[in-house]
Structures are given as C-alpha cells and as structure tokens.
Ligand binder design. Structure first.
Ligand SMILES: [Zn+2]
Length: 75
C-alpha cells in the first residue's frame, strides 16, 4: 500500500506539470493531443475502457474539450 501511495503521489505531481504544459499548448493533458492515451495501452490496471479513445477529451486531443469534461474551464 505504501508503494502504491508513492506511485500515486508521483503520478499526481507529474500530472500537474503536464497540465500546465498542455494548457499552454491547447492540447489534452491526458493524451497530449493524440486523441488516445498511450499509458492506457500499457497499463492493464486502468484498462477499463471499451476502446482506446482518450476519456479526458473524448478522442479530440483538445485542451478545451478536456477541460470541459473535467471541470477545469476557468471563467
Ligand atoms: Zn485526450
């Protein structure tokens, strides 16, 4: 459990860094604008989607779409 928490914390830190970059570029932080998540293909534990479309941006690769789906739109 300790290791799992460490990994989770590390992933969150990386994710936050990714968010900043993705917002600047206007691309989805989950898939880096590819429309699918390469991590999801490798990680069988998170493989609960029926297909490999990025769940964050619904396969569009757009930050705007991702933000809309994840409640990160700044008003
Ligand atoms: Zn995406």
């Amino acid at each position: 459990m300790g290791l799992f928490k460490m990994i989770k914390r590390w992933q969150e830190a990386m994710y936050k860094r990714k968010l900043v970059k993705a917002r600047a570029k206007g691309i989805c932080p989950d898939c880096r604008g590819f429309g699918y998540d390469p991590l999801m293909l490798q990680d069988h534990f998170t493989l609960n989607a029926k297909d490999f479309d990025c769940v964050g941006c619904k396969g569009t690769g757009s930050y705007t779409e991702w933000a809309k789906n994840n409640g990160h739109i700044r008003k």
